[in-house]
Write a protein that binds this ligand. Structure first.
Ligand code: PLP
Length: 281
């Protein structure tokens, strides 16, 4: 399948310079966008977040997000992608290796490709397990940067325990997971870490909060502890790649009755109906 390189759709090739700052410093931003029925989901929200991430890093996007959006839609069409994801990244460009920014006229480098991927509805229905890991990331987790080493280390810990995710805690406080947001249910209400500098404000997370509002479910965007999580009635994680996955066990602790909870199932069903009923998102 083809890739997007700046504003050209072309064969995948070894185009990346060894002095690309994305490669050397993780100096760039990215987005993962879900595609269903040949249509990118929640593109507007992803473009807005990309713009914000770039602004926070003082990275100049080479073209408008409207143009990026058009190019991505062209890419999806060219590749005939029906169901899967778009990976998009913008690095600060190529320059002689120095930590400080390259000269201001250095253009950012935009690349994107698509990947066919089926939703994992079995895992969504049956649930999975998670492990706990200390959140050792920097203090700007709200920016979707290419720097993912702490996330990589945490996810590997999960995979080695046959778990779907590593749920991160900064000291006592649950923040999010290695590549998803975390929700818990207690006493019929949902709890999730507030969208501040300690977490990435997931597009899926925002959609869930919106859906809960429509379902008359209370969502408390407030911090909670590891102990709260382990004593929760229900836990689930959310991300573009995963959708919503019920977490039935965290390390050795069974959550609730060890089955996907009623509220989790309700939220999952509402989320699924977004794309199954061809709603405009
Ligand atoms: N948190 C982290 C650290 C992530 O890497 C991701 C997505 O990959 C998310 C949360 C979920 O974000 P979204 O729902 O926008 O995919």
């Amino acid at each position: 399948s083809k890739m997007l390189y700046n504003d050209r759709i072309m064969e995948r090739d070894n185009l990346i310079d060894i002095e690309d700052r994305g490669y050397q410093f993780g100096d760039g931003v990215y987005e993962v966008i879900g595609v269903y029925d040949g249509r990118p989901m929640m593109m507007g929200e992803h473009m807005e977040r990309l713009e914000r991430s770039a602004r926070e890093l003082r990275l100049m996007l080479p073209v408008s997000t409207a143009e990026i959006k058009n190019n991505l839609e062209k890419l999806v069409e060219t590749n005939g992608l029906e169901e899967g994801i778009i990976y998009l990244q913008v690095s600060r460009g190529v320059g002689s290796r120095e930590h400080a920014f390259p000269s201001p006229e250095t253009p950012a480098v935009t690349v994107a490709y698509t990947r066919e991927e089926k939703r994992e509805s079995d895992v969504e229905d049956q649930g999975s397990t998670a492990v706990l890991a200390e959140d050792i990331r920097w203090l700007r987790c709200d920016i979707k940067t290419l720097n993912l080493l702490p996330n990589v280390m945490a996810k590997q810990k999960a995979v080695e325990k046959n778990a779907v995710e590593a749920i991160l805690h900064r000291g006592d406080i649950i923040t999010e997971a290695s590549a998803s947001n975390v929700f818990m249910v207690k006493g019929g209400e949902l709890y999730t870490h507030p969208a501040n500098n300690y977490i990435l404000n997931g597009i899926t997370r925002r959609k869930i909060i919106q859906l809960c509002d429509e379902l008359d479910l209370e969502v408390n965007e407030q911090t909670y502890t590891v102990k709260d999580l382990l004593n929760a009635d229900e836990v689930f994680v959310s991300a573009t790649k995963l959708d919503i996955i019920p977490i039935l066990q965290v390390d050795d602790h069974v959550i609730g009755d060890g089955k996907p909870g009623v509220i989790t199932k309700q939220v999952l069903q509402a989320f699924r109906s977004l794309y199954q009923h061809n709603v405009k998102y």
